[in-house]
Design a protein. Structure first.
Length: 230
């Protein structure tokens, strides 16, 4: 028997049992669909490199031992500890800190819940992410607690919520009941560095007392946040 004969025989057998054939085809379709979905998820979360400068050189600082106080696990450090790392760093080209948090965003009478991220002034510089318009958060934005109520939109959020309107720059946005000035939009394709999640707004980490309900600036060393380095 050759391939053509095998195919004809298979088709005849399937034609004799249409119910079985339909189940077989559906099972095959579901199997292919499920495998495709799983691969797409793994590709998005694990395989693709982040759209930042030198993504393979990024490392996540870790800590061992027990954690006490308000903390987010082993990959977290207090803000004072982050400042110590930054001041005494002799290993990395730069260090950044970040903590994700949901935010209530109000703009021109409409309010919605969005995915926010409090970031250090070094965040965008270390990652090599430029602004699409305006500017990103800079070191001068986190030198003083509650000193710079500014916000940067992600490119994706700027497009979906504001239709890419550049006039949003310098407008006032109400975040958790406080006025913030929109100073820029992050580069296209950048949605933060947490695999599998999308950040819509970036704010200086020193605005934490306004954004997080338990958010004193935690000058002690028991309130923890993510710390990354390159």
């Amino acid at each position: 028997m050759n391939l053509a004969s095998d195919v004809r025989l298979a088709l005849r057998n399937l034609k004799k049992a249409p119910v079985f054939s339909a189940v077989a085809v559906l099972s095959l379709a579901f199997g292919i669909g499920a495998n495709t979905a799983i691969f797409t998820l793994i590709d998005q979360v694990m395989l693709r490199l982040l759209p930042v400068k030198n993504p393979s050189e990024l490392v996540l600082l870790d800590s061992k031992g027990n954690h006490y106080g308000n903390n987010r696990g082993a990959n977290s450090f207090s803000y004072p500890m982050y400042k110590d790392f930054e001041a005494h760093n002799q290993v990395f080209s730069g260090i950044l800190a970040r903590v994700d948090t949901p935010v209530s965003m109000g703009f021109q009478g409409q309010t919605e819940r969005v995915a926010g991220e409090l970031v250090s002034g070094s965040y965008f510089n270390v990652l090599g992410v430029q602004a699409a318009i305006g500017r990103t958060i800079a070191p001068d934005d986190d030198t003083r607690v509650l000193g710079r109520p500014v916000v940067v939109l992600s490119y994706r959020y700027w497009q979906s919520r504001f239709a890419g309107d550049p006039s949003v720059l310098n407008k006032t946005m109400v975040l958790d009941g406080h006025n913030f000035t929109v100073v820029g939009v992050s580069g296209r394709g950048f949605d933060g560095i947490e695999p599998g999640s999308v950040t819509q707004l970036f704010m200086p980490i020193t605005m934490k007392p306004w954004i997080m309900q338990n958010g004193t600036m935690a000058q002690g060393r028991k309130a923890w946040k993510r710390c990354d380095a390159e």
